[in-house]
Design a protein around this ligand. Structure first.
Ligand SMILES: [Zn+2]
Length: 271
């Protein structure tokens, strides 16, 4: 599943391709995505000039001179820059043909991705308005996490993965950040000290920042805007390393299913 670093990498790849260009033609080959594409999508976008490509959580916001296209990559979606004459591959559902002669092509084998067009403020869209702070923004700091976790019995890992608490911290990054913060994933959020909250915030920011710098984790379904995979996977400390020696202390990494997701931790380094 594309996580925040992959979406941010995609945004950075697409922004110079889209910014200042006019969308001359929209080709829809499949309307049945997570939500059915509205009939007016093509006419809403054609002739619009792209002002900016932003991101909120895992949503890409392609802002035009009149309205915004909100794109979510779902479980297996990707956006590639191609020549519009290139024959579509299987699962190439939508093309945005640009005045530059290039084309941004949306591919999604599992069709959990979505495209929405909004005329007004995209941040007021029902999908976006209840989201917590961005993990790399000033709003996500130690004081915020400490306040948020008081009297909460939920496990800290589950809280980190809840988009109402903080957006874009998926399973890989929650596991890796908690290792770096030396906090066990199953700890009750309300029992964390201020120092532990500070370490968790720092670790989340470092892990996501590092993943963005190297272009996202290598994932089976994911390619970035240039069609290349990322190189983060080699740097993982605990994720999908059950039974392997901890890279710090050599203790075997443990695995447990927590809230239907696999969780990994070092029983010696994490308390
Ligand atoms: Zn260890």
């Amino acid at each position: 599943m594309p996580e925040l670093p992959e979406v941010e990498t995609t945004r950075r790849g697409l922004a110079p391709v889209l910014r200042g260009r006019t969308i001359t033609r929209v080709v829809v080959r499949e309307r049945r995505l997570r939500w059915r594409l509205p009939a007016g999508l093509e006419s809403a976008l054609e002739g619009r000039r792209v002002r900016a490509v932003a991101r909120r959580a895992k949503y890409l916001l392609i802002a035009t001179d009149r309205g915004t296209l909100i794109v979510h990559l779902g479980m297996s979606g990707s956006l590639r820059v191609v020549d519009p004459a290139e024959p579509p591959r299987p699962h190439d559902h939508v093309d945005l043909v640009l005045s530059s002669g290039r084309c941004v092509r949306f591919n999604d084998p599992r069709r959990f991705g979505s495209l929405h067009f909004v005329a007004g403020d995209p941040l007021a869209h029902p999908l976006l308005r209840a989201l917590g702070p961005e993990p790399l923004s000033a709003g996500f700091d130690a004081a915020y996490l400490y306040r948020l976790t008081r009297r909460r019995r939920v496990a800290i890992k589950q809280l980190l993965m809840n988009a109402a608490a903080v957006v874009g911290v998926g399973n890989i990054y929650a596991s890796e950040a908690l290792f770096r913060a030396r906090v066990r994933p199953q700890r009750a959020a309300g029992r964390l000290s201020q120092a532990e909250c500070a370490r968790i915030v720092t670790a989340v920011r470092r892990v996501l920042g590092a993943a963005i710098r190297v272009g996202g984790t290598t994932l089976r379904d994911y390619v970035n805007a240039d069609g290349l995979p990322g190189y983060f996977r080699q740097k993982l400390y605990v994720y999908e390393r059950a039974g392997e020696p901890c890279r710090v202390c050599r203790t075997p990494i443990r695995r447990r299913v927590q809230g239907q997701r696999a969780t990994y931790w070092c029983p010696s380094c994490q308390r």
